[in-house]
Design a protein around this ligand. Structure first.
Ligand SMILES: [Ca+2]
Ligand SMILES: [Ca+2]
Ligand SMILES: [Ca+2]
Ligand SMILES: [Ca+2]
Length: 212
């Protein structure tokens, strides 16, 4: 069992106000989180038709003074048409003309985004593949969510540095869904100057208490 111990030690008594201020500071500092959300012009990407692949170009420039905390790709209510083929390839692209482009692969050719990127000399990263666990229309209809790893975010920062990047989807077979969303969450990078000021203030407070 945990029992709260009173602060008996003299040193700790002196440090207590300092700790209180630190805790207050953490508690009152707003997170400054900003969410940037993107949806393709056709929100469900035409239900990810098996005979196509989709290239979605997005213009977004990393904001000075902000760092990326998380990036998520969501596809709501995804469900495969049948299990003749059952794989959806999802790529991050270094660049892509803004908006949505639909190309044809007749459901074949494996990962058509990888081939397209290679043929067009565009750097790309295979983010994920999705397979419907029950194969077909029955059973599971799930909300797919892919959260970028730290390494994915590093690639994203590289790809988006010039203000443009893309996402590529190759469904082989058909994936019904009710919408695709791409979300970037950032937070303000603490400014070194204000941290120094804050530190100086704390020190001042501590010494005033100590030598008063
Ligand atoms: Ca396809
Ligand atoms: Ca394909
Ligand atoms: Ca299913
Ligand atoms: Ca780029």
């Amino acid at each position: 069992m945990l029992i709260a111990t009173p602060i008996k030690d003299l040193k700790m008594r002196k440090l207590a106000p300092l700790l209180t201020i630190l805790i207050l500071f953490v508690a009152v500092t707003p997170a400054f989180a900003t969410i940037y959300e993107f949806t393709p012009s056709q929100p469900d990407l035409f239900d990810l038709d098996h005979s196509k692949y989709y290239l979605w170009g997005i213009n977004w420039t990393p904001v000075a003074g902000e760092e990326i905390v998380s990036i998520n790709l969501a596809i709501d209510d995804i469900n495969n048409w049948d299990d003749y083929n059952n794989i959806l390839y999802i790529h991050l692209l270094e660049r892509m003309r803004t908006g949505l482009a639909v190309r044809t692969d007749y459901q074949g050719g494996g990962d058509s985004i990888a081939s397209w990127a290679s043929n067009n000399h565009i750097s790309d990263l295979l983010l994920d593949t999705y397979t419907d666990s029950d194969g077909g229309v029955g059973g599971d209809v799930i909300d797919y969510l892919y959260s970028f790893s730290a390494s994915d975010i590093a690639y994203f920062n590289l790809f988006a540095a010039d203000g443009n990047f893309g996402l590529g989807f190759d469904p082989d077979c058909h994936y019904w869904n009710s919408g695709v969303r791409f979300t970037i969450e950032t937070r303000a990078i603490p400014e070194p100057a204000s941290m120094v000021l804050f530190g100086t203030g704390l020190l001042g407070f501590f010494f005033r208490r100590r030598f008063a």
